[in-house]
Every structure is written in structure tokens, then in C-alpha cells.
Ligand binder design. Structure first.
Ligand SMILES: *[C@@H]1O[C@H](CO)[C@@H](O)[C@H](O)[C@H]1NC(C)=O
Ligand SMILES: *[C@@H]1O[C@H](CO)[C@@H](O)[C@H](O)[C@H]1NC(C)=O
Ligand SMILES: *[C@@H]1O[C@H](CO)[C@@H](O)[C@H](O)[C@H]1NC(C)=O
Ligand SMILES: *[C@@H]1O[C@H](CO)[C@@H](O)[C@H](O)[C@H]1NC(C)=O
Ligand SMILES: *[C@@H]1O[C@H](CO)[C@@H](O)[C@H](O)[C@H]1NC(C)=O
Ligand SMILES: *[C@@H]1O[C@H](CO)[C@@H](O)[C@H](O)[C@H]1NC(C)=O
Length: 247
């Protein structure tokens, strides 16, 4: 081999090595997340960095190419923060972390998860605002953030979640108006916004979904919303909202 080719080959090899070393593997990311969590029930015992491939770990599912697609840790007794690094697990489809003691905020990096189908973070101790970036996850079908203490507005970017079937944001401390853009989500079946601090009116123009779409439940009960919306489409089996606030 001519020396210049050998040198080029050597350089390419070095470059590959450097890239590999600077790029966290999915196992590294999950292991880092393990270390950030309290795990009194030891459910994460198999998440051991000495095992290069996380596909053999409990509560982790991979696809046929050994990329992580699910993390299933509902009601697992874990607590602590969600690391922004989780968004580097690019093939992640299901984040099932409900019923734990997760605290801190929802990382805005999760908006980078372009394959995410289900974000189940309900019944935790999460605070802070819902990241606007989640509106970029066009694959999202199940967004269940209820029973936390999330504050701030419902991002109007959620109107871009055209695959969304379930939006369960109830029992938080969300404030501001219900974004009219939610009316763009034609696939939406359940929209639970009850038990927050939402203000303004239910934008009836934004919910033609009840007649044209698949919306069967829109629950806006127990907020600070004005007035009421009286007409419900035929397909709406339950529109539950504040009682009319007139004497
Ligand atoms: C990982 O596995 C090795 C070998 O089985 C064991 O010695 C080590 O204690 C484990 N580490 C953790 C953090 O569980
Ligand atoms: C989360 O909970 C842990 C343990 O109770 C606490 O040390 C930490 O400060 C909390 N973090 C936030 C952001 O509330
Ligand atoms: C991921 O998301 C963060 C925050 O939304 C952003 O700053 C960052 O550029 C994104 N990273 C990639 C690799 O897309
Ligand atoms: C959502 O779509 C609107 C246009 O309808 C666009 O301006 C906005 O940037 C999008 N937001 C996100 C988070 O994708
Ligand atoms: C939730 O957050 C709001 C605003 O920060 C605060 O007033 C309220 O006490 C919190 N509720 C709970 C149950 O922690
Ligand atoms: C409504 O539901 C039906 C039956 O599940 C489905 O075929 C249709 O595509 C849905 N409509 C929208 C707008 O998603």
C-alpha cells in the first residue's frame, strides 16, 4: 500500500475512534440516568454499565437492530430527575415512567425524540412548564402528564401534534388560555384539562373536533374558565366543564 493511503487509513481509523469515544452509547445514557435516580426497590439492578448492550437489561426493550425503543418503569418506586440525555436515545418510542417520584422539570430535549409514541409521566412530582418543544414530536399519540405539579401554559405548539389520540394534562397547576391550535388535532379522542388553573373561555371554534373529528371527551372542569360551551356534537359522549357562572 502506498504510504499516503496507509496514512489516510490510519487517520480515518483515528477519526472513527474519536467519534465513538465522544458519542455516548444508549447503555451509557441509561446508566447515567440510573445513577441519578433513587431506587429503593432495586428495580434497576440489571442496568449495569459493564454490560455493553442495554437490550439485556430489565425494563428496557430494543428493536431488531439493538436500539432501545422502550423504557418501562411504571410504579417502580424510583425518584429523582429526568436527564436531558434521554433524548439521545433516538429510537425511543415508549417512555413509561408513571407512578413514581420523579421531580424537577420535563427536559425540553425530549422534543428531539422523533419516534416517540407515548410519553407517560403521570402521577409524579414534576414541576416547571411543559416544554414547547414537545410540539415537534409529530409521532406522539399518548401524552399523559396528569397528576403532577406542572405550571405555566399549555404550549400552542401542541396544535402540531397531528397524531395525538390522548392528551391528559389534568390535575396540574397549568394556567393561561386553552390554545385554539388544539383544534387542529383531528385525531384527538380524549382531552382532559380539568383541575388546573386555566383561564379564558373554551375556544369553541377550536373544537370542531367534537363534530368532525373523533373527540369523545373534552373535560375542562374545575378551572377558572369563563362561561360555558353549550352545544356538543353528536359524537361527543361527554363534554364536562365548569357550570355556567351566572346567577
Ligand atoms: C455490575 O456487574 C459487575 C459484575 O457482575 C458487578 O461486580 C458490579 O457490582 C455491578 N455494578 C453495579 C453498579 O451493579
Ligand atoms: C428531588 O427530590 C430529591 C429527593 O427528595 C431532592 O433532593 C431534590 O432536590 C429534588 N429536586 C427538585 C428539582 O425538586
Ligand atoms: C435537542 O433539543 C435541545 C433543546 O430543545 C436543542 O437545543 C438541541 O439542539 C437538540 N439536539 C439535537 C441533537 O437535535
Ligand atoms: C407548529 O406549527 C406552526 C405552524 O402551524 C409553526 O409556526 C411552529 O413553529 C410549529 N411549532 C413546533 C414546535 O413545531
Ligand atoms: C404547585 O405549584 C403551585 C405554583 O408553584 C403552588 O402554589 C402549589 O402549592 C403546588 N402544589 C403542590 C401540590 O405542590
Ligand atoms: C377517527 O377514527 C377512525 C376509526 O378509528 C379512523 O379511521 C379515522 O382516521 C380517525 N380520524 C382522524 C381524523 O384521525
Amino acid at each position: 500500500m502506498a504510504p499516503q493511503f496507509a496514512a489516510a487509513g490510519f487517520l480515518t481509523g483515528l477519526l472513527a475512534l474519536a467519534t465513538f469515544a465522544s458519542c455516548n452509547t444508549e447503555g451509557d445514557i441509561l446508566y447515567k440516568q440510573r445513577l441519578a435516580w433513587e431506587d429503593p426497590n432495586n428495580v434497576l439492578q440489571s442496568w449495569n454499565s459493564t454490560l455493553a448492550n442495554p437490550c439485556t437489561w430489565f425494563h428496557v426493550t430494543c428493536n431488531n437492530n439493538n436500539f432501545v425503543i422502550r423504557v418501562d418503569l411504571g410504579n417502580a418506586g424510583i425518584s429523582g430527575p429526568l436527564l436531558p440525555d434521554l433524548a439521545e436515545i433516538q429510537n425511543l418510542q415508549y417512555i413509561e415512567l408513571y407512578g413514581n417520584g420523579l421531580n424537577g422539570s420535563i427536559p425540553e430535549t425530549l422534543g428531539n425524540l422523533t419516534n416517540l409514541i407515548s410519553l407517560d409521566l403521570w402521577d409524579n412530582l414534576l414541576t416547571g412548564e411543559i416544554p414547547t418543544t414537545l410540539g415537534s414530536v409529530s409521532t406522539l399519540r399518548y401524552l399523559r402528564l396528569y397528576q403532577n405539579n406542572l405550571t405555566g401554559p399549555i404550549p400552542s405548539s401542541f396544535g402540531n401534534l397531528t397524531s395525538l389520540l390522548e392528551s391528559k394534562l389534568q390535575e396540574n397547576s397549568l394556567s393561561g388560555a386553552i390554545p385554539a391550535s388544539l383544534g387542529n388535532i383531528k385525531a384527538l379522542q380524549f382531552s382532559r384539562l380539568n383541575d388546573n388553573m386555566l383561564t379564558g373561555t373554551v375556544p369553541s371554534k377550536s373544537f370542531p373536533l367534537s363534530t368532525f373529528g373523533n373527540l369523545t371527551e373534552l373535560n375542562t372542569d374545575r378551572n377558572n374558565l369563563d362561561g360555558t360551551r353549550t352545544s356538543s356534537g353528536l359524537r361527543v359522549t361527554a363534554i364536562i366543564q365548569d357550570a355556567l357562572k351566572t346567577a
